[in-house]
Design a protein around this ligand. Sequence first.
Ligand code: ATP
Ligand code: LTN
Length: 333
Amino acid sequence: MSKKRILSGVQSSGTPTLGNYLGAFKNWVALQDAGEYESVYCVVDLHAITVRRDPAQLRRQTYEMYALLLAIGLDPKRNVLFVQSHVPAHAELAWLLGCYTMFGELSRMTQFKDKSARHADNINAGLFTYPVLMAADILLYQADLVPVGDDQKQHVELTRDVALRFNGLHPGVFTLPAPYIPPVGARIMSLQEPTRKMDKSDPNPAAHILLTDTADVIRKKFKKAVTDSDSQVRYDPEAKPGVSNLMTIYALATGKKFPEIEKDFEGMGYGAFKPAVGDAVAALLAPVGDTFARLMDDTGYLDTVMRDGRDRAAALAEQTMEKVRQAIGFVAL
Ligand code: ATP
Ligand code: LTN
């Protein structure tokens, strides 16, 4: 029997954060190591232009994101790693699926509501149809599982609804995907406003840890992290969002459970806890930063790996596109 397929994507919209890493990337590596799936991961540069980008910056950030995926330990031989715009079938399928997606469905997407509030001067149609392109990414590769953070659950559910609608008219074309959301770490919060998600586009650098931050910077940011006026290290996301977020990060970086962390820091206050979190994260990310810097010095190598990823992705995508074109009724020559 063939292996189940995984697909996920990340925007080349800035340097990824610890949130991206703990909510998504870490699982991508774990799923690779489990060896039970065939995995396809893409840097979604077409999605990244829903917000205005400087061309040189977009190009650099696409290389950076690709290099980071290699630096966190994704093996380009065991996974298909590619850049979305290199496979034109994504844009083609997005148009077709747009004709099977309802205006009302897209209007309900919370990411659209958030982003259109944040970019009120540029509420373009691409921002609105963003989830259709994401559905195309997933359905092109007949993915069974989509490992994402909590914020993307709604988009994966929409993808499933669109696939069901399409299959209802044209049976058997798409595999129905399911989201794969980690039980801990699905929503890492901002270090400055712990009731908001940690976002790479947050203009306040103290709010997020970037995967390229040095150990020193990481420690400083954790020392400055917003907590509360009580000094107990206790997991309670409602009453103590800041400390609970730090505990989640510490738990994921060290493999410890919440009760164990509470016990280890009992009576010690935040003065001892925050530096411990900083040290744990600095140790977790040190190898990533080193490998990333080495890869960014060798764009020739990155081009070669990207080309191979593109060819493998395009071959898989074409199999689906043939089925889709046939099902809809386009003339084949
Ligand atoms: P932007 O800030 O540009 O909108 P983003 O970081 O929200 O970007 P991506 O970089 O495309 O979006 O996200 C890649 C993956 O990281 C997605 O699966 C997303 O769910 C996950 N992710 C993003 N932020 C967090 C977070 N704070 N906690 C957990 N997972 C996250
Ligand atoms: N929409 C996602 C990025 C994304 C994605 C995908 C995730 C684009 N295509 C396909 C999973 C599968 C985001 O904004 N984080």
